[in-house]
Design a protein around this ligand. Structure first.
Ligand code: ADP
Ligand code: MG
Length: 502
């Protein structure tokens, strides 16, 4: 049926087919193969009628999705090819069934959903372990041809867990101790009151995924250790959740999808913020969430924001997300960065001089991932050339990384942010006033100016009301010293830095 063209089409069919093929090709290039396959491949061109192009999709859901996400782009692409086109209409293919629950659908679709249902009903106690590799437990049914068509959804439910992300390798410090304690607690006693759901949040690269994997590992391993069937654990990103859900809708196996999800004991969903604005998927997640929590199963969710800030997530879901334990991972402090570096260097078995660790901890403050990346580079470099890691070597090897961190933040931006943060006037940055409540923020701003820009000390001094370069030098060392002594102050400064860097 592809490229069936209506009678009023002004272009010959062959030509129109070519146009349509080009448009799809463009779109595929733009959105990438995965996205294209998930949503766009099933578009068929129905007609070009006057100013209107009609595109068909097999389900209502897909139609709404494509219209919502790609409608405008498709119109532009059509207009670029055929300026006569004014509108693109999306319709559900008449012969296609709307995406109703698969159980009511006769034919092959219901075959597909059968095994899960049978397993559940006949063997209520049987539990399937979720492993990356496959099913741990045989299903006890004869090998049927359809088993080839359909691999059990649970078999590849859970994304693989990173073997490095365990509690053993997680370095605990002030900024993450609360989140870590909560994660431990949930890993040891899943679904205890007050800890369900566990909502972990924090900026990029601060250890959310690490903690989630650590929880999953712990729960799985405990089951293996005491020889009993362990709790089934499924870990996946919210994005994967969405892909699975959409795939289920498309193959009309939503019942299966729901059942398989609802049969896990511990569900971990990473990067929930991905569901913002994805209403259908959110809705599905909400139902799964409720079903699991009501059945006394543990949910663990991570996000880059606290529940209250997840604008674009439905209120009722937000409320439920926030009603267990909410724990945040704060920006790292200098001390934590040093401990993490020490731990990683030790794991790598490569001696790294303290000076180098300090250098890295000072320079790379954005997140642990980058810190780790920098250290790994030094280690790889040292191994490659059979040379010890040195400070000079580090400066050289990390030249580009450090430059990238030297983002073009202006001194004005720094002054403004710092003034706002400490609630003083911007003009105080340049004023001669020496009262502590303005002098300290001014020092912080000078410190950040030194750290985040490539301005020289005299230049910085000039921007702060014509101060001498020795004043700036003093400010920089004073702030560094205070950061060492006072972790709350250090966090404050790091927070400012983070805001300025992003
Ligand atoms: P997020 O999911 O918050 O973006 P990740 O959990 O992926 O961050 O962490 C990024 C990297 O930093 C990972 O390699 C992780 O092991 C490491 N990491 C983060 N926090 C810690 C920590 N406290 N101790 C050890 N490694 C950490
Ligand atoms: Mg992550």
């Amino acid at each position: 049926m592809e490229n069936a063209v209506g009678p009023s089409s002004p272009a010959p069919q062959g030509q129109l087919a070519e146009v349509w093929a080009r448009i799809r090709g463009r779109l595929r290039d733009e959105v990438g193969e995965v996205e294209y396959r998930s949503w766009l491949r099933q578009m068929t061109l129905s007609a070009l009628q006057g100013e209107e192009v009609v595109i068909l999709l097999p389900t209502r859901f897909l139609r709404d999705w494509v219209r919502g996400h790609y409608g405008d782009r498709l119109r532009e692409l059509w207009q670029a090819e055929l300026p006569v086109v004014r509108r693109v209409e999306f319709r559900v293919k008449p012969e296609a069934r709307p995406a109703e629950p698969a159980a009511t659908v006769p034919g092959p679709a219901s075959n597909l959903s059968e095994p899960a249902a049978t397993t559940q009903a006949a063997r209520p106690a049987a539990r399937l372990e979720v492993h990356e590799g496959g099913l741990a437990e045989p299903l006890g049914r004869p090998a049927e041809p359809r088993a080839e068509i359909r691999t059990d959804p649970r078999a590849d439910w859970s994304a693989p867990l990173d073997p490095r992300f365990t509690f053993d390798t997680f370095v605990v410090g002030k900024p993450n101790e609360f989140a870590h304690a909560c994660a431990r607690r949930v890993a040891e006693r899943p679904a205890s009151p007050g800890f369900n759901p566990l909502f972990l949040y924090g900026g990029v690269g601060l250890g959310k995924t690490h903690l989630m994997h650590a929880i999953a590992w712990t729960i799985r391993e405990r089951g293996t250790a005491d020889g009993r069937t362990s709790l089934s654990v499924a870990y996946m990103s919210a994005e994967k959740f969405m892909y699975r859900f959409i795939a289920a809708l498309r193959s009309q196996s939503t019942m299966e999808f729901k059942e398989s999800l609802r049969s896990v004991d511990v569900l971990l969903i990473d990067d929930l913020q991905f569901l913002i604005g994805k209403d259908n998927t959110q809705e599905e997640f909400f139902h799964t969430f409720n079903a699991l929590v009501d059945a006394g199963k543990q949910i663990i969710v991570s996000s880059d924001k606290p529940p209250s800030d997840l604008a674009g997530i439905e209120d009722r879901l937000r409320t439920r997300l926030g009603c267990g334990m909410v724990a945040d991972l704060h920006a790292t402090t200098y001390e934590l960065r040093i401990s993490i570096l020490q731990s990683k260097a030790q794991q790598a078995g490569v001696p790294v001089p303290p000076k180098v660790l300090e250098f890295l901890a000072h320079k790379i403050t954005s997140n642990v991932r980058e810190l780790e990346g920098a250290l790994n580079r030094l280690i790889a470099h040292a191994n490659l050339f059979g040379r010890p890691v040195t400070l000079e070597g580090a400066q050289e090897v990390l030249h580009d990384v450090l430059r990238a961190h030297d983002r073009r933040v202006t001194i004005e931006e720094i002054q403004k942010k710092v003034a706002e943060h400490y609630n003083i006037r911007l003009s105080d940055m340049a004023s001669p006033r020496r009262a502590r409540n303005v002098a300290r923020p001014r020092q912080v701003a000078m410190y950040l100016a030194k750290q985040l820009t490539s301005r020289s000390l005299p230049e910085i001094g000039r921007r702060f009301g014509g101060r001498d370069h020795t004043t700036v030098m003093h400010a920089v060392s004073r702030v560094a010293e205070l950061m060492q002594q006072d972790s709350a102050f250090a966090e404050d400064v790091e927070l400012l830095r983070r805001m300025l860097e992003t």
